[in-house]
Design a protein around this ligand. Sequence first.
Ligand code: HEM
Ligand code: HEM
Length: 160
Amino acid sequence: METAHENGVFLVGAFVDLPSFIWLWRIAAWAMGFTVFTYGLQVVTALSLRLVRGQRPRWVPWVRSLHIALGLVLIALVLLLVTVGIIGTLGHYGSLGHSSHLVAGLGVVTLVLLSGLSATQIHRTSWGRPLHLGLNGILLIALAWVSWTGWQVVQKYLPS
Ligand code: HEM
Ligand code: HEM
């Protein structure tokens, strides 16, 4: 008789029974590319806003909306990555925690969510802006860490 656990893994297996585990890192690599690109655009839009703070050029509302929209895209991409990572790993091993990539991944998710939350405080509190900045600085390091550890686990699946 199948246990609930086996059933769960079977369900997940419907996605994972592809020729190999390679599909996971393909999606991860693409989504990660978009994530880094979006992070770069966030720096550009944020710096534009910062340079003209106090003045009100006509393009400010537009760039501000772009910064917020791209921020939501960034959050969505990271949530996609952690979902794919967890589903893929559960499907393959039946458990999580096979390397420091798990901690790196969960760290990135936490930071990007906190960054989005801190953004809502920028105009309401004096600490919102420095917090938003600090979190995004740490996020940059965390993104490098998750890429490095992700790249390392990929090596296990590449034909030698
Ligand atoms: C996670 C999603 C993000 C959301 C929802 C978000 C949202 C916001 C919002 C609403 C503001 C205030 C804009 C204004 O009215 O002046 C802001 C400011 C800012 N954001 Fe973000 N942001 C996000 C990610 C990022 C990232 C990844 C960076 C940089 C790497 C960044 C850097 C900044 C900076 C430097 C400011 C301050 C601009 C200034 O001093 O005028 N943000 N953000
Ligand atoms: C924001 C970016 C990312 C997040 C949040 C994320 C998240 C995760 C998580 C939580 C796991 C489960 C790990 C475990 O339980 O041991 C995982 C697994 C995995 N991820 Fe990522 N990941 C990201 C980026 C990447 C990148 C860039 C790659 C490589 C191109 C990658 C490749 C993999 C692979 C191959 C696994 C299977 C784990 C293993 O074999 O040990 N991930 N990911």
